[in-house]
Design a protein around this ligand. Structure first.
Ligand code: BES
Ligand code: MN
Ligand code: ZN
Length: 513
């Protein structure tokens, strides 16, 4: 058995170097003289400007005529493919009407729209995007477009013999080419890479991403990055530190649990770090409280929280954000076996308190209980954020559009809503009430891991919150509904979203101020 595991670990060599070709972005002030492929923006079909106006003038008004013939409206994100306009072989027209100017998230969406609209012929050509024709608000539009393009330009195709086509060269034409290049190359591209890392980890089958395999992939990805310190606790260390909840969830699997800790020191030692704690269940069968068959395969992505934490730390460290961070990823596989924990069992936590297991399928809160306690006692963070695919309840309440945010202090929830707006990843508050803590009182232990039922997301948060001191600013993110989508959005193909990297990245930038 051990031998096979070693082979799988080696098989993962390709995870970080996807076969899918990365797009290359160039930023130039003057467009190169070729007439292959152009992307032009239309703010107003009645009054063309910039590159669109040039094409129209160079074609004796053919562009305007075709826009009218096709009933093209200039709504943000509308697209139309045209050929042979003023000698340009392929023109992608993109609607971009905005009265008060596009903000960063909107520009990123546009970049994603362009990436997804590229036809296979266009993909083989050098594409020119005329970024300055947009009406934008207080930003470097070309960098944001490239970032959005990069986010969307993703395909998990390592198991397909026929790989997706990538675009080799995207050239953004802008008068602020230098600052756009800097903003993209030294910063935003790392966020996109962090998002892609998270998507890779969550898309990978459970067979090949078990706790130690997650550690291996992350270690490889972080190799050579400055100011990073990685520590891995194995089952012996976990037990030595009395993390009975993490050990308990992991004990049913042949693949032992781990606690992965990544420290990033971007500023002076005396600054308390922001702690990011992510649920890393590498596969959730439910354990002895076995899940039903329908959709169980999707539980390969039950490590999305941990994956987002890894992606966020990657981006912050690569750009050298002036902040201290600690990423804590409890990793375990929730399997039914003769060694697995049972409903009714009682586990001792690192905090010293006990938890009665009502359902072995409420495992995320168990591993987080030890992980948040470890975060707070080992690192005394200025803020503690945990992120997890925790409850179907959060998914039912908020669906695809919002992750649930739960805090003890509504002002903090409001703050998270504004971080969400800035980042393009939105959150909506759910409550945490004294009665939710009452629901998890146990008759034989200090607490139990599940209440009578509703409200499920809040009860899950109450279990985790029991292990976080009230003095610590604490943010609980339940991403069960948003981390995996059944259809494409502008900045991501369907499937794993890598949700949380952009949100936490924005939060990290805010806390560095
Ligand atoms: N990983 C699941 C939550 C989940 C469900 C994530 C659907 C993504 C999509 C979690 O471990 C779980 O099983 N939660 C239970 C909790 C219950 C047993 C108290 C749930 O939500 O049903
Ligand atoms: Mn579960
Ligand atoms: Zn789970």
């Amino acid at each position: 058995m051990r031998k096979t595991i070693a082979v799988f670990a080696l098989g993962l060599c390709c995870l970080s170097s996807q076969a899918f070709a990365m797009a290359k972005f160039n930023f130039v002030e003057k467009p190169p003289a070729h007439n292959k492929s152009k992307v032009v923006f239309i703010n107003d079909t009645k009054m063309l400007s910039g590159a669109a106006a040039e094409l129209d003038n160079g074609s004796e008004g053919r562009l305007s005529q075709l826009l009218a013939l096709n009933n093209f409206d200039s709504k943000v994100g509308s697209t139309l493919h045209l050929q042979m306009i003023a000698g340009v072989e392929s023109v992608l027209v993109v609607g971009s009407h905005d009265d008060d100017g596009l903000d960063n998230a909107e520009l990123q969406n546009l970049g994603g729209v362009i990436a997804s609209a590229m036809t296979s012929t266009e993909k083989k050509r050098d594409v020119l995007i005329f970024a300055d024709d947009l009406i934008y608000d207080n930003t470097v539009p070309a960098a944001q477009l490239a970032y959005g393009y990069h986010l969307r330009h993703y395909s998990f195709d390592r198991y397909k013999t026929q790989k997706s086509e990538g675009v080799s060269n995207v050239t953004l034409v802008t008068k602020s080419a230098d600052s756009a290049r800097l903003a993209y190359q030294d910063d935003l591209r790392y966020v996109a890479e962090g998002v892609h890392l998270a998507r890779d980890l969550a898309s990978e089958p459970g067979k090949s991403i078990y706790p130690q395999a997650f550690v291996d992939v992350v270690k490889r990805k972080f190799k050579g990055i400055d100011d990073i310190d990685i520590e891995v606790l194995d089952m012996r260390d976990i037990k030595k530190r009395k993390m009975g909840a993490l050990a308990g969830v992991g004990q049913g699997s042949i693949n032992d649990p781990r606690l992965l800790v990544i420290e990033y020191s971007g500023t002076t030692k005396n600054q308390a770090p922001v702690a990011l704690v992510g649920k890393g269940i590498t596969f959730d069968t439910g354990g002895i409280s076995l899940k039903s068959n329908t959709g169980m395969w999707a539980m390969k992505s039950d490590l999305s929280g941990a994956a987002a934490v890894a992606g966020t730390l990657y981006a912050a460290a690569q750009r050298g954000e002036k902040v201290n961070l600690v990423g804590i990823m409890p990793l375990a596989e929730n399997m039914p076996s003769q060694d697995a924990i049972r409903p009714g069992d009682v586990l001792e936590t690192m905090k010293g308190t006990s938890i009665e297991i009502i359902s072995t399928d409420a495992e995320g809160r168990l591993i987080l209980a030890d992980a948040v306690y470890y975060a707070q006692t080992e690192f005394e963070p200025s803020m503690l954020v945990n992120i997890a695919t925790l409850t179907g309840s959060a998914a039912r309440a908020l669906s695809d559009e919002y992750a649930a945010v739960i805090t003890r202090d509504f002002a903090l929830s409001r703050k998270m809503m504004s971080i969400g707006e800035l980042s393009g990843e939105h959150v909506w508050p759910l409550p945490l009430h004294a009665n939710h803590f009452k629901q998890i009182e146990s008759s034989i232990a200090d607490i139990k891991n599940s209440g009578a039922g509703n409200p499920g997301a809040s009860i899950g948060a109450a279990v985790v919150g029991t292990f976080v001191d009230e003095s610590v600013p604490w943010v609980h993110l339940d991403i069960a509904g948003v981390d995996w989508l059944e259809s494409d959005i502008d900045v991501a193909p369907k499937g794993s979203q890598g949700w949380g990297v952009r949100f936490m990245d924005t939060l990290v930038r805010d806390s560095a101020k």
